[in-house]
Design a binder for this molecule. Structure first.
Ligand code: NI
Length: 444
């Protein structure tokens, strides 16, 4: 059965809507989509926060991967409708179902505090997304197979970028795709920062299909340009915030300490849901048991650990007293960084667990990027021009890395008020030595 026929047969008698603060309503017209939303692997995304540790800086940012995934689906659905209405010659609507399913499931393999978890336990959310879609025992796979035996493969190949139709791939994964458009709007809404908002409805008017993919009508250039600028600002102000990164670093050090203790058979308590990952012997079903509550329970349990380092790090995370940071320059500050880490050792903390360097980097727009398609403008004569050629603002943000390097240390060393009389003399000395190397939050 071809998808178009399947789609007709699969239509719900009446449309179902989910109320959403960003897109107002999420419209569901197919039983298949409704069943995917109800699948337990998808419901799990309710229990994973979209922005991980950013909620400790922007307290409103408690939205979940569930709401983001619904949002990406809704944007993809709106774009398909717009293509069908305005460009029926250039858009094959039998691609709709695979597009919507890929939009909905693109983050199904995300775990709790992904960034940190993946680094410590060597998991990969993109790999896991594919595995969850393809494994015949998941509910998601069983629902997708109702369309055809090869349909799970087709959906997975859109997400990995291997699907033959570039229009579908670019809708889900390019430098201006449904994923990025949803998370920028959603993250701006929930963090409360207004500069993340761009003119989404205008972009959804000027987006169009053409034979090699997706482009934007040249009249809409400024709306697209604005999206790039807002994206840059969100990275600088929200995603790379030094306190959120400090919480990430603190979690990273806590899990590393727990992992090291586990190897020596000294971890107590062992958290059953985490054990397969400590052993490096896990299945996707172990992975699907993970959510934010597993990590938060581990934090809580380890505050009572007899290991002094583990309990200290767990308390720092629990009470939001993360390691604090100074900015440094990778090329010229290596020696000072090593010296400052030694000072932490001399104080009373092991530098392996209580210091860490952290790099943030993002390229706002890259017209040479291989894995994510660039943004093309479509002119009346059919000519296609790269956005960075038409917009001097985008050009200035193109192709270079934005971000910085930070050294994280125990916060006592960076407190503003110098040690008081009653502080230990060793702390007074080391504090003074530490401060000598720092000015305005940067290593001198
Ligand atoms: Ni996403």
């Amino acid at each position: 059965m071809k998808p178009v026929q399947f789609e007709k047969a699969d239509r719900l008698p009446t449309e179902i809507v989910f109320k959403d603060p960003v897109h107002d309503h999420i419209h569901v017209r197919h039983q298949l989509i409704l069943d995917l939303i109800d699948a337990k692997e998808f419901q799990r995304l309710r229990r994973i926060k979209q922005l991980g540790t950013s909620q400790y800086t922007f307290h409103g940012a408690e939205h979940s991967r569930f709401s983001h995934s619904l949002g990406v689906y809704e944007l993809a659905r709106k774009i398909c409708d717009h293509f069908l209405r305005n460009y029926p010659e250039d858009w094959d609507d039998s691609e709709r179902l695979v597009t919507l399913c890929a939009a909905l499931l693109h983050d199904i393999g995300h775990g709790p505090f992904s960034h940190t978890f993946e680094k410590i336990f060597n998991t990969d959310h993109e790999d896991l997304t594919t595995q969850i879609i393809l494994d015949e025992d998941t509910e998601v796979n069983q629902i997708l197979r109702r369309v055809s035996p090869s349909f799970p493969n087709e959906v997975a190949s859109v997400i990995t970028g291997d699907y033959p139709n570039p229009q579908v791939v670019q809708l889900i994964s390019s430098q201006i795709d449904a994923d990025r458009m949803d998370y920028l709007q959603r993250d701006a809404y929930y963090t409360g920062v207004t500069y993340g908002k761009f003119d989404l409805s205008r972009i959804l008017r000027v987006i169009r299909p053409y034979k090699d993919g997706i482009a934007f009508q040249y009249q809409g250039m400024h709306a697209v340009e604005d999206y790039i600028v807002r994206r840059y600002q969100m990275y600088m102000q929200v995603y790379f915030h030094p306190v959120s990164r400090g919480m990430e670093v603190t979690l990273d050090r806590m899990l590393t300490r727990a992992h090291d203790l586990y190897r020596e058979n000294k971890l107590a308590p062992v958290i059953p849901m985490l054990e397969p990952f400590f052993k490096d012997d896990y299945t996707i079903y172990d992975y699907l048991d993970l959510d934010d509550s597993v990590i938060l329970y581990a934090v809580l349990a380890w505050t009572k650990s007899e290991d002094r380092y583990l309990s200290e790090l767990a308390q720092m995370f629990l009470h939001r007293q993360p390691l604090k940071s100074v900015e440094f320059n990778r090329e010229k500050d290596a020696e000072t960084v090593a010296h400052l880490r030694d000072l932490v050792d001399q104080l009373y903390f092991d530098q392996n667990y209580f210091t860490m360097t952290n790099r943030s980097s993002d390229i706002s727009y890259d017209y040479k990027l291989k894995e994510k398609a660039p943004i093309s403008l479509f002119y009346p004569d059919g000519e296609i021009i790269d956005l960075s050629e038409a917009s001097p603002i985008v050009e200035s943000l193109s192709d270079n890395l934005h971000g910085n390097d930070r050294l994280y240390v125990p916060r006592e060393l960076l407190r503003r008020t110098p040690p008081a009389q009653q502080d230990l003399p060793i702390f007074q000395d080391i504090y003074a030595e530490f401060r000598k190397h720092i000015k305005n939050g940067k290593i001198l």
